[in-house]
Every structure is written in C-alpha cells, then in structure tokens.
Design a protein. Structure first.
Length: 319
C-alpha cells in the first residue's frame, strides 16, 4: 500500500487551543515561546525529565489543561545560543522520525515555526523546517497515514507570508523519493553557513513592524542575505547573549534610531565596539542623540522611500 501524500499548510490561529492529533514543539534546553506557554498549561515546568538534543518526550494532556491536541510531542534540540538554521532542519526531520515510533498512525500534526522570535531570518528558518519535514517524509514507511501538517501562526501577517513562501516554492509532497523540491527548500539549513546575514536593531513595536518587513527585510533578502532581528523588547540572559553573538558575526548591522530606543543605541554601541559595518536609519532626524549626529544616517520619509534607499545602499555595498 502506498503512503498518502500529506498536505502542508499554514493557518492563522492560537496553537494553545488548536485541535489536532499531535502538537509538535521544540525544547531548546529551556522554556521559550510557544513551548513555554504549553509547558505552563501542562504543569511541566520543573517537574519533568527534559529531552536533550536528539531526544523527545510525549505528554498526554488532561481535560483540565485546555489543550486540544490528543498528544503533545516535545523534540529536544540545541540550546538557544546554538540554535540556527541547520538545527531547525534537523529538528523537523527528527521530530517526524521519532513521532513515527510513538504514533505511527497519526493523521494530523500541528506545529509552530521555529527561530524567528530569537532573531533568525523568517524565510530561511521556515524553509529549513519544511525541508527537514520533507526529508523524513521521503521514506514511505514514515507516518504512512499522515494527511496534514499544519503550521499554526498567531500573527496574521506572518501567517500570510509563510503561506506565500510555500506557494512560491511549488511545494509537492510525494512519498516515494520522487519529490521535486525547489532549490530554496532544498538548501535552507544546508548551505546557510555560506550566506551572509544582516542584524537589524530597531524598536520592537507594532508601528515599526511594516518598516521592518517591507522597508528592511525585503531589500536585505533581495540582496541575497539573511535578515535577522530578535523580536524581544527586554534583553536579558540568553537573549542578550544571542543578540551579541549575532552582531559579532553579522556582515552588516542595520540600526533604525527612530524613537531613540535605548536598546537600539546599546546594540549600535556593541556593533561599533566589535568593528561591524553599521548602517544607521532614522525617520525623525531631530531625535538623534549627540553621539550619532556626526555619523552618516539614511533619512527616510516613508517605507517605500526606505526600501528604495536601502536597496541602493546594499547594491553599492555588495560591490
């Protein structure tokens, strides 16, 4: 009997109350993001044998938890400081291989995408995760009854972008090693180390989200580089270490000084201390503090203006 060809989809919703057979989550040696929220609902924090990288744990929610999945599956992965595109791809692959041992007849799996909230490039991280899933599914014996894999994304605009990434890469899932996978999926998390990344320092506020997505992320990705930004407004512990490490290895640091955010100035100072090439942006130049007023700064009047000016700047830099 030939295994079914599962559908991979993206929906806008809350993974905490999403109904499915199995909810697949990561455990990066500490609680963070959706796994942290689920850990709290399941009363797991501090009370369980945490999975190391390459290990997994299965939890059956009770009716009082409010979790709608029949099983919650935690796949262990590397700690936050080491979490990048290759571990995400491996995580996608191993999670299905391990799930096959515990629930081989599962029909509907739900998961979140990994990496974006800790600074990784949204598109590259997502395609790396999808690529890992496809690697596991090439084997007809793996989860032969599987019908759907659903990425549940809380942010509507991000859900739309993830769905776009799937559609533009002409994703077709086959179960007999004849899948035709677009090059971005085939290479995501495999050849990422050869790609330069840009670290973006900017206020993490709703009114700046479109500035990042359309004014900065678009030009960076069009220039063939990865665009990274840590989606946290409070930098403590592992998050601060993560920011420092990504700044240290960035080809360029782009900093939007609009709003005179203290964290952004801190990141600029760290980038200067590490001799990173830094591009300063600002929509309201009167807000610039004295210590950057003597530095070249790209002043933009709108998101479209920023997109154009930054695209031109990156083309010059690439030469």
């Amino acid at each position: 009997m030939t295994a079914s060809s599962p559908k991979i989809e993206v929906v806008n919703g809350n993974v905490l109350d999403y109904s499915c057979d199995v909810l697949l989550l990561k455990y990066a040696q500490s609680w963070l993001g959706a796994d942290s929220l689920l850990g709290k609902k399941l009363n797991l924090k501090g009370l369980w044998n945490a999975p190391l990288p390459g290990e997994y744990r299965v939890v059956k929610p009770d009716s009082k938890s409010g979790v709608q999945a029949s099983l919650v599956f935690f796949e262990g992965t590397v700690q936050l400081q080491q979490f990048s595109y290759a571990p995400i791809r491996l995580l996608g692959k191993l999670s299905l291989l391990h799930l096959n041992q515990e629930a081989p007849n599962v029909k509907h799996i739900a998961m979140t995408m990994h990496g974006v909230n800790v600074g990784l490039d949204e598109k590259e991280a997502f395609l790396a995760q999808v690529g890992g899933l496809l690697e596991a599914l090439e084997d007809e014996s793996i989860l032969s009854s599987l019908e759907r894999i659903t990425f549940v994304e809380f942010k509507k605009d991000r859900a739309e972008r993830l769905a776009h990434y799937l559609s533009t890469n002409k994703l077709t899932v086959a179960r007999n090693r004849t899948s035709t996978v677009a090059e971005p999926i085939a290479n995501a998390g495999v050849e990422t180390d050869s790609k330069k990344h840009i670290f973006v320092a900017m206020p993490f506020t709703d009114d700046m989200e479109d500035v990042f997505i359309f004014g900065i992320q678009g030009p960076v990705q069009e220039a063939g580089m990865l665009c990274e930004r840590v989606d946290m407004d409070i930098f403590t512990g592992d998050i601060l270490d993560r920011i420092k490490s990504r700044i240290e290895t960035a080809a360029i640091v782009i900093a939007d000084l609009t709003g005179s955010n203290a964290n952004v100035y801190l990141e600029v100072g760290y980038a200067w201390g590490k001799n990173r090439t830094t591009l300063l942006l600002c929509k309201t130049p009167d807000e610039l503090k004295f210590d950057v007023r003597g530095q070249r700064c790209i002043i933009y009047s709108s998101i479209r203006d920023l997109n154009k000016k930054l695209s031109e700047e990156l083309r010059v830099w690439a030469k």
